[in-house]
Design a binder for this molecule. Structure first.
Ligand code: 4AD
Ligand code: MG
Length: 429
């Protein structure tokens, strides 16, 4: 019976066949231990010389790392195995021999691994990270579906910028100029006026010359946008969403978190509500701690980390100065110099995972912002229409998938959280 490693628990005592690759191997004169992987998981196959044909035993002993094969054997429960099962091998059929696989069980440098990203993805750690990423995406769709959101897909090729013009990727669109999307937000606002509560999930591009452990050139964002919702209501959606995602990963990725040696006690505490502090309070706190920062300046990674360290859960920093935020954010009616926005800072030094705000709904004020920011009427006319025709209070936010994966998995660098990272000096593979 053909099965997979993930399903093997349903076949205890039976003889099964799995298609697999040889991840690693140990052998002596009488026994060989094969570390097998099939994409769904990892399992140990035990080949006992006295119990198999001579052919099968010598194949087991000689087989090279990453060779592909069909393995048949009897499934046994084994409490010591990470997956809980082991396979007593009865026969082996080689599909293809892999010679000199470059990524051996010894340590390799980061650049070497990045050059071999197409193969590195097969390793246990990378496999676990990709599965957690998948679970976060699955839980995202589930959460927003349950909450009555409609998934809407904004365009990737755009004629205008959402988050400022400094880091746009420029391209030709036949005779016109076009840019790769930095954020789907402006289009999602149009979608919210048509469908109420919407969310998008797609790639976004930023030509940022940043070489940090949190920055990618191409990253994926989840962007909900909600009509008739104010800033505070949006914060509630955000904390419920992030809690849902973290608890889903804890529930459905136990083996993966174990393989990553993640301290899950930190994640178990991630339950709504999350603490909230204002930008003013954050600045005052940082000054007390001896950081050099003045009101009106944006926070850097060390600032975010210092603030996050005070809390066990992610923390919202709200009401930033309008000057350092995007043109579309709604000013606080009680204090015009700050906007109704929040960044959500993850614990353990992972930095900002969400940026969000209530949007300007007043046509006159938005016109004023166009002038202040030199936004052309041609490119942004359609966005103004959303205020002209039945404007309503509305809010939204963007969660960076890779930073969220990095935090939940506990990775050192965001490059491990996406299958094929695009970094400042890397477009290969
Ligand atoms: O704070 P940002 O720039 O917000 C927006 O783009 C809004 N238009 C979103 C919205 O309201 N719909 O980006 C949102 C999130 C950040 O909090 C961060 O998690 C992630 O996107 N992010 C990046 N992740 C990896 N590499 C980069 N270069 C990133 N830039 C932003
Ligand atoms: Mg931001």
């Amino acid at each position: 019976m053909k099965t997979t490693i993930a399903q093997i628990g349903q076949h205890v005592g039976e003889t099964v066949t799995i298609g697999a690759w040889l991840a690693n191997k140990r052998s002596s004169g009488k026994i060989a231990f094969l570390q097998l992987r099939d994409g769904t998981g990892f399992i140990q196959g035990v080949v006992v010389k006295a119990e198999v044909s001579e052919e099968v035993f010598s194949l087991a002993k000689e087989m090279t790392q990453e060779s592909s094969l069909y393995v048949s054997g009897t499934v046994r429960e084994d409490d010591r195995a990470p997956s809980g099962y082991e396979l007593t091998v009865t026969s082996l059929e080689l599909i293809s021999e892999a010679k000199d696989y470059p990524i051996t069980p010894k340590e390799h440098g980061t650049e070497f691994l990045m050059d071999h990203r197409h193969l590195w993805l097969r390793s246990r750690r990378q496999h676990a990270i990709m599965r957690v990423r998948n679970e976060i995406i699955r839980a995202t769709y589930e959460f927003f579906h349950k909450e009555g959101f409609v998934k809407v897909d904004p365009p990737i090729l755009t004629g205008s910028s959402a988050e400022g013009t400094t880091n746009l990727f420029h391209t030709k669109y036949f005779e016109e100029n076009a840019y790769l999307s930095q954020s789907g937000q402006l289009y999602m606002e149009a979608a919210a006026m048509a469908l109420g509560k919407v969310f998008s999930f797609g790639p976004t591009f930023r030509a940022e010359k940043s070489k940090t452990r949190r920055h990618l050139i191409e990253f994926w964002m989840i962007e909900p946008e909600m009509a008739f919702m104010d800033h505070n209501e949006s914060l509630e959606v955000q904390e419920n969403y992030v809690s849902y995602v973290v608890q889903s990963v804890l529930e459905n990725c136990k083996l993966e978190l174990k393989a990553l040696e993640r301290d899950v006690s930190r994640l178990e505490k991630v339950q709504a509500p999350f603490p909230r502090i204002t930008y003013d309070e954050a600045v005052a706190f940082l000054k007390e701690e001896g950081h050099e920062i003045e009101w009106g300046e944006d926070f850097g990674a060390p600032h975010e980390t210092a603030i996050a360290e005070k809390y066990e859960k992610p923390v919202f920093i709200t009401h930033y100065p309008a000057e350092i935020k995007a043109f579309y954010m709604k000013p606080d009616p009680e204090r015009e110099e700050v906007v109704l926005c929040a960044d959500l800072i993850a614990p353990e030094g992972y930095g900002e995972i969400i940026g969000g705000s209530q949007r300007i709904d007043d046509e006159k004020l938005l016109k004023q912002r166009y002038e202040e920011h030199n936004l052309s009427d041609d490119a942004y006319k359609w966005y103004m229409d959303l205020r002209t025709y039945g404007t309503v209070p509305h809010s939204g936010f963007g969660l960076g998938l890779e930073r969220t994966v990095g935090w939940i998995c506990g990775t050192e660098h965001v490059r491990e959280t996406i299958p094929f990272p695009r970094l400042l000096n890397r477009l290969y593979p």
